[in-house]
Design a binder for this molecule. Structure first.
Ligand code: DAH
Length: 346
């Protein structure tokens, strides 16, 4: 009778489906804790001649149950350890990897470089923290020139001889000091002015400066160069106007205006039809220029009897605003992705 019971239990143990920790525990309680110990407790009631056979059968059953218990326990432990260490849910949707866009100032900067490179201009660079001599004195600024005053320039508090450069013209000076003509360079970079921030002014912005120095460089070369630049940058229909002006470092000096299209049949194209940039005049200023003052050449060790040169300086933000009809200068430095994303396909 008892051997039959063992047989039944053996079948049950073999069939028992352990799928998780809970069913493993059920198995342990049912067989290792209850049925098998009960069978063992029976031994004393078995007739002595059958006891050996019975004992062996119970032991075999016990081994069978224990092996099943331990091997299943191991398998369940390994499975749960594996899922814990990877910790990954492969069903989660992926986080999209967004591509950035090129900043409009960089786009225009690159285009400016490209246009001037084709005319043979190479690039030069200089520091943003400058001394008075490179930023003002060497450029022929008299000691009492208003541009030196505190409201325009960020001077270093502890050393008023040092300032954040107010224009890229300081790089002209550095380049002319270090090289001999002929030279044809553009200098691009950030400049700083102590101005209240508004839609039309900022305390920092970008300029592109250019110089061409050689024997017999004339005003005609200057005009032709900038005329070519304007057409390349703003389109073949663009015209340029040179307005007499004054800069300490050029003589004669001019301000450079480009036509915004007001006088075209299609209207004010650069102003976006609104005429709010040209203020109805049809002309927009993009920079200054002139023939380099002989004093400036001499300050940098260049023989002004032998060489002449032209220089120009333009605001990159201004050019960018015209090119893309951007109405507020502050957009360039606010990093608003809604603004920046619009340049993804340009
Ligand atoms: N430095 C001038 C400014 O910041 C711009 C400028 C005008 C640069 C005439 C030049 C130049 O090289 O010839 O307003």
């Amino acid at each position: 009778m008892s051997l039959e019971k063992i047989k039944v239990l053996q079948g049950e143990i073999e069939q028992f489906n352990i799928t998780d920790k809970a069913s493993l525990e059920q198995f342990r309680l049912a067989y290792l804790k209850r049925e098998i110990p009960a069978l063992m407790g029976e031994i004393k009631n078995i007739a002595p001649e059958s006891r050996k056979e019975y004992g062996q059968a119970v032991n075999t059953l016990k081994t069978l149950a224990e092996e099943k218990f331990f091997s299943t326990q191991d398998a369940l432990d390994t499975a749960s350890a594996g899922s814990q260490t990877s910790g990954l849910d492969f069903t989660l949707p992926t986080i999209p990897h967004e591509l950035g866009t090129i900043h409009p100032i960089t786009l225009v900067r690159n285009r400016i470089v490209q246009i001037f490179e084709r005319l043979g201009f190479a690039q030069a660079d200089g520091p943003e923290i400058e001394d008075d001599w490179h930023n003002f004195t060497a450029l022929n600024f008299p000691p009492d020139h208003p541009a030196r005053e505190m409201q325009d320039t960020f001077f270093l508090e502890k050393n008023p001889d040092i300032a954040l450069r107010t224009h890229t013209s300081s790089v002209q000076i550095r380049y002319m000091q270090a090289h001999k003509p002929p030279m044809r360079q553009i200098m691009l970079g950030r400049v700083y002015r102590n101005e209240a921030i508004s839609a039309r002014a900022h305390c920092f912005f970008h300029q592109v400066e250019g110089i061409y120095i050689d024997e017999n460089v004339s005003l005609l070369d200057l005009k032709q160069t900038l005329y070519h630049f304007a057409k390349e940058m703003f389109g073949a229909g663009t015209t340029v106007r040179f307005r007499p002006s004054f800069f300490p470092f050029t003589e004669p000096s001019a301000e450079l205006d480009i036509s915004c299209g007001k006088h075209n049949p299609n209207g004010c194209s650069l102003c976006g039809g609104s005429q709010n940039i040209c203020k109805g005049s049809g002309w927009v200023e993009i920079g200054g220029c002139g023939m380099i003052d002989p004093n400036v050449l001499e300050n940098c060790g260049i023989d002004s009897e032998k060489y002449t040169g032209f220089a120009f300086g333009m605001g990159i933000e201004r050019i960018t605003m015209l090119k893309y009809q951007i109405k507020d200068l502050r957009l360039f430095s606010e990093n608003d992705v809604r603004f920046l994303r619009q340049f993804a396909t340009i």
